[in-house]
Design a protein around this ligand. Structure first.
Ligand code: ADP
Ligand code: ASP
Ligand code: MG
Length: 467
């Protein structure tokens, strides 16, 4: 059971999460938590603040967050209160020392800075785990705060570390099995890990979902539950399409596409460990625990209207390489991708014609160097401030008329990089970032809202059907 930062905002939220765990105690849960909402942002920012302004300024920027933890302790803990106050103090002292180091290493390289950020950021998840375990103990449930860094072993790619699965599975089983067998609920911080030499790492922003899936897979769990602030995976981001509603069932492939193309409710890597062991992933609403949820499973099914959800991702850059030398030549694509490989830059969507290759990327930190090298192969053009939209649903490729409906709904919006994934379940394309919200709203209306407005019956998918 993983609780995100939005489900751990303050005392009421911690009490609620503890109640949700307690109500499921017979299923012998293992709990993974995120840092309190907004704390990770603040922790990472404090390292930059320390390096530019000084360690005291960095620490001062965190005081209101330490206070938030203290308020949870004051509200919920009496027996456990003093121990937890001491833990918060220890966290503050550890962070102070790390920020002092950041302040003295102003010219540290990117790798070193990321290592410091990870060490500081890990305090968010570590404090959350200690707090939730204490709330459970206070309510007379047997619970134990486990340092996730003793379970999750990673490489040293700070800020975005990759878990070493064999070591991680062995450690997780060794650390947690006996606790579970003695009916004690282990509570771990998500997002964090440690290298083989013991340096703290993180799995990338939003990575607690991934931790939950790794731990679930290591223990061969019955189900991996992601408890968040919305009722499961919705037909679109509810902040863009307020009428978005729960998709009750998705396949691993469908949910992966949605997560990868911007549905923040699931970290894109979450499903890998679950797929390998065929463990269902359920996305539940911590604000309405018995209400609607989404279950993600191995089998795929077609929904009556084919399209199940729309995801979108902003902050995308597209790159086009054009060269007549490509015509009939081999080795050209390899030459292009070797350049992206060399600068460790991930590419998302790729389309090709006889004489050009277009692709999209999120991370533009190495782009100037990449472009300089690509220019040796052909003419390069860049479009910034783009967004990717991804329409997902089993059977999308075999159902006539869907693409026509999509593009006629947004016919006045310029679309590029149109691609139908090899998985046959998605249609992806780029639009100008400034028009992405409008495109999502219009597509959501076309595929999901017209039917509801007619008050038509709801089928087993929770989607309305024409009368
Ligand atoms: P947590 O703190 O629980 O990890 P996140 O903020 O990471 O929560 O993810 C939940 C948020 O994801 C929702 O509040 C919602 O705004 C956003 N979101 C984006 N797309 C979707 C979608 N298709 N379905 C549900 N939520 C979505
Ligand atoms: N706290 C981390 C973040 O904000 C990890 C997570 O919430 O999943 O990115
Ligand atoms: Mg999240």
């Amino acid at each position: 059971m993983k609780f995100g930062g939005t489900s751990l905002e303050g005392a009421t939220a911690f009490q609620n999460a503890a109640r949700i765990v307690a109500e499921r105690i017979e299923r012998r849960p293992v709990v993974v938590v995120s840092a309190m909402a907004r704390f990770t942002d603040a922790l990472i920012a404090s390292v930059k603040e320390a390096a530019t302004v000084g360690a005291d300024a960095g620490l001062a920027s965190l005081e209101k967050h330490f206070d938030r933890h203290s308020r949870v302790i004051d509200a919920l803990l009496s027996k456990e209160g003093d121990r937890l106050r001491q833990l918060v103090e220890q966290g503050r002292a550890e962070i102070r020392d790390l920020l002092k180091t950041a302040a003295t290493e102003q010219n540290a390289d990117r790798w070193r800075r990321k290592a410091l950020e990870d060490a500081v950021a890990s305090n968010g998840e570590r404090l959350s785990a200690a707090l939730l375990a204490a709330v459970l103990l206070e309510n007379n449930y047997s619970a134990c705060d486990v340092d996730a860094r003793c379970c999750v072993v990673t490489d040293d790619e700070f800020g975005c570390a990759a878990p070493l699965m064999t070591e991680t599975f062995a450690n997780t089983q060794a650390q947690l099995r006996s606790l579970i067998e003695s009916s004690c609920v282990p509570v771990l911080g998500g997002f964090i890990g440690s290298t083989v030499t013991g340096e703290t790492t993180t799995l990338g922003r939003g990575g607690s979902d991934y931790t939950a899936a790794i731990i679930g897979a290591a223990l061969d769990s019955e189900e991996i539950q992601i408890w968040t602030d919305v009722p499961g995976v919705l037909t679109a981001d509810p902040r863009v399409a307020p009428k978005a509603r729960t998709v009750p069932r998705l396949s691993f492939a469908e949910a992966s596409e949605l997560a990868y193309f911007g549905a923040r409710v699931l970290h894109p890597k979450t499903l890998h460990p679950a797929v390998e062991r065929d463990i269902p992933v359920r996305i539940c609403n911590s604000r309405a625990p018995d209400g609607r949820s989404t279950v993600v499973v191995g089998e795929s099914e077609m929904s009556p209207q084919t399209v199940k959800a729309i995801a979108h991702k902003t902050g995308v850059t597209t790159v086009q390489i054009t060269s007549a030398r490509m015509l009939g030549a081999y080795g050209f694509l390899r030459a292009i991708f070797e350049i992206f490989d060399k600068y460790r830059t991930a590419v998302d969507v790729v389309t090709t014609s006889e004489v050009s290759v277009s692709l999209s990327l999120d991370d533009t930190s190495a782009l100037p160097t990449i472009v300089a090298e690509l220019e040796k192969l052909g003419t390069v053009s860049i479009e910034e401030e783009r967004a990717i939209l991804c329409i997902v649903g089993e059977g999308l490729r075999s159902t006539p008329g869907i693409a026509a409906r999509i593009f006629s709904t947004i016919s006045d919006i310029n679309v590029s990089l149109i691609s139908q994934g090899a998985s046959r379940i998605n249609l992806t394309f780029a639009v100008e970032e400034a028009r992405a919200r409008e495109a999502v709203m219009r597509l959501h209306k076309e595929f999901f809202e017209q039917l509801t407005e007619e008050h038509t019956p709801i089928d087993e998918w929770g989607l309305s059907l024409p009368a």
